[in-house]
Structures are given as C-alpha cells and as structure tokens.
Design a protein around this ligand. Sequence first.
Ligand SMILES: *Cc1c(COP(=O)(O)O)cnc(C)c1O
Length: 357
Amino acid sequence: MSVIHNFSAGPGILPKEVLKQASEACINFDNMNLSLLEISHRSKNYVNVMDEARQLVKDLFEVGDEYEVIYLGGGASLQFGMVPMNLLSEAGYAAYVNTGVWASKAIKEAKIVGNTKVLASSEDKKFTYVPKGYEIPSDADYFHITSNNTIYGTQMKSFPKSPVPMVCDMSSDLFSRRVNAKDFALIYAGAQKNMGPAGSTMVMIRKDMLGKSGRKMLSMLDYSVHIKGESMYNTPPVFPVYVSMLTLRWLKQNGGVDWIEKINQQKADLLYNEIDRNSCFVGTVEKEDRSHMNVCFLPTKAEYEAEFDKIAKERNLSGIKGHRDVGGYRASLYNALPLESVQVLVDAMKDFEKKFA
Ligand SMILES: *Cc1c(COP(=O)(O)O)cnc(C)c1O
C-alpha cells in the first residue's frame, strides 16, 4: 500500500500505532477475548480507560485536582450551548470574541441562553486576522474565545489576561503547543481534529465554576451531573474515548506537548516559508496570526488550481482542498502528521512552480 499524506481538516489524521491498537481492541480488548465494543462500560477494564483518559488531560495540561475532566457526546457544537447553560446567570452576560465560523456559532447558541456581548470581531476582513486590543469587562460572567480558527486558518498566538473566567474552544489546536491551562476556567475540544475519532468532546472545568448559573437544567446538560458520575452518568462514547486515550498516551510517552510543539513549529515553518517564496501561491491570513494547524493558501492564478490538483493527486496528497468559504488549499498539520508529509507537499509546490510559472 502506498503512503497517503493526510492533511484532512477533520476528522483528522491519527498516529498509525494508535489506529493499529484501536483496531485490535475491536476484536480482543485487554486480552479479554471480547471486543471493547461489546463489554460493559462499568467493567473494570473500561473504567480504567476512562480514568486514564481523564487523567492524561490533566497531566498534559499540568493541572491538579482543582480541575475536572469529562468526555461528552454531542460534539464541540453542544458545548456552544452547555457553556452558557452552566456558566451564564439569568441577570448576567457573557463576553465573546468572534474569530470565525465556530466562534459565530458559539455566540449564536449563547444568545439563545442569555445575554451576550461581542467584544471584537474580524468578520470585516473575512476572519483573516485575530482581533486584538479590546477590553474585557470585569462584570461579565465569563469570556469566551476560540484558540484556533480551523476554517480560515488563524490562531491566537497569545491569550489576553482576563479579569473574568476565560473559556476556550480548543477543538483544533488542543495539545499542539504549550499553553498555561491554569489561565482558563474551562477548556473544551471536539476529539476529531487533534485527539481522536468523532463522537466525544473533552471538557476540562475548574471546580469553582460549577453550580453558578442558577438555571434549571436537563441532567444531560449539567456538567455537575457528569462529573458526579465520573463521566459515566450515561453510557459514554466508549470507542472515541478509548482512541482519544491512546492518542494522548502516545503524545505523553513521546515527550508531551513540548516535543510536539517543536515538530509542529518545523512543519508550519516549512510550509509557510514555501508559500511566501513560491510565486504560484499566496497565503490568505495576516502573517502574525497564521495557524500552525490549518494552513490556508490560494493559487496566484485561477488556472493553476486544476493543474496543482493533478500533481497533488499523483503524489498522494490527500485532504488539501480549501474550505468552500475560502477556496484554494488548506493543509491541516495536526499532531499526528509527520514532517515528511509536509516535505512532500512543499516539493510538489516547488516542482509545480518550475513547470508552470
Ligand atoms: C470542528 C470544530 C467545531 C465543531 O465540532 P463538532 O464536534 O463537529 O461539533 C467547533 N469548534 C472548532 C474550533 C472546530 O474546529
């Protein structure tokens, strides 16, 4: 089988050894001669999986027992509503920054639940930069940001100092770089970008945030209920959590966030340098806000696209087609993507220039 270089934006690439272990567990999990998919989630073997998956998040974020970690269904999109349900009081309001499609959706859901204020937005320039220099009000119930803009390819390189609890959607750059997790009251991430298969969402919440909104909530939407149930209030998404656990274990065993951050920096430098050097391509976002995870670029002439698509296909470059809102190309450089794959893409761009420029 030939190697495919998988730049998919999501669900995204996972480490080969994780996929191998995960497929073995579908047949014979933990030498039980049973599939992971056909045992009780309350069995000791599975409870161990959930415990490790929860602990690994705390280890990688370097936080202690002041935080709780749970895995929920419903995608990051459900968190757009659960966050305000749980953290926004009837009389208060929540502050948001609008940096793209996902941030807009988070704002839309919060507005259904209660009062919101949008402090800043980059919609005026099609979300090609990250707004800066806004003031975060000290009377908001919380302040919500999206660390990485998966669709438009921008990323917050640093986080503002917030006088109120800071909440972050880290779906597309979770554990791709070092962050000071203790600056956040709540971090959530859908698994399918940088951690595992679709179907589970990691939520890490500081305990002092719980029980504050004063709202009546459905049990399934209440963080406290899931925490009390040790992330097993109902049947959890057993397989997505297992694969996420394997990926986080892979990350930790290989050297953790500092290890992957170096490689991610090399991958991003390699590709952005080529985009800037190559006369056939141009980056779409402000240089200082360029995402290390989702690299968006356009051909400088429309007719290049069909030709480059051909070369990309020949060289097994998969999943580089840009989002329909941006066009051109988007190469997602998630943790499991090797540097070698980026080199293959860069070589294809160089060869393309030689032939067509
Ligand atoms: C993909 C994505 C989402 C949506 O995730 P779902 O799991 O599909 O609900 C939310 N936020 C960001 C930043 C994303 O990249």
